[in-house]
Write a protein of this length. Structure first.
Length: 150
């Protein structure tokens, strides 16, 4: 009886984890293009622009001191020209009313340009899924074991 319950629970857990869902929180999404000028578009997860949001740019040689600060326009856009004598990863943080995000932009000769704002890699997603399955199986086996009589 306990095994059937554990198997049913495990099955429902796997199904629930596989169903797509939408987050109800307000996150932020930052897109950028790299040319001579780096242009950024900051918007909430629902697509609404982050008009008037504050941005801070950090240069790779001093990531703790702001290199540039400013405010996004009404469409959530702003742009800047990085100092090409400072190759590396430039960090740009955009915040407004407790919402925000940070994006890491590679600049320089050897930097691989990517328009991604972060997130999990495929390997990380697979490892997280395997950990959830492993933990669920272990929990199901723990509760399904028969108690020994003394």
């Amino acid at each position: 009886m306990k095994w059937k319950f554990a198997a049913s629970f495990l099955f429902l857990l796997v199904i629930a984890l596989c169903l797509p869902g939408t987050a109800l929180a307000h996150g932020a999404k930052i897109e950028y293009t790299v040319d001579v000028t780096i242009e950024l578009l900051a918007a909430y997860d629902n697509g609404e622009p982050m008009a008037g949001a504050q941005f801070v740019v950090y240069a790779p040689d001093d990531p703790s001191t702001p290199w540039l600060t400013g405010v996004c326009d009404d469409e959530g856009r702003f742009s800047f020209i990085p100092d090409t004598t400072k190759p590396g990863i430039w960090d740009v943080q955009v915040r407004q009313a407790g919402h925000g995000d940070i994006v890491h932009i590679p600049v320089g000769e050897d930097a691989a340009v990517s328009g991604s704002t972060g997130g999990y890699t495929s390997l990380q997603i697979v490892l997280m899924a395997l950990c959830v399955v492993w933990g669920s199986v272990g929990t199901a086996l723990y509760f399904s074991r028969r108690k020994r009589r003394a």
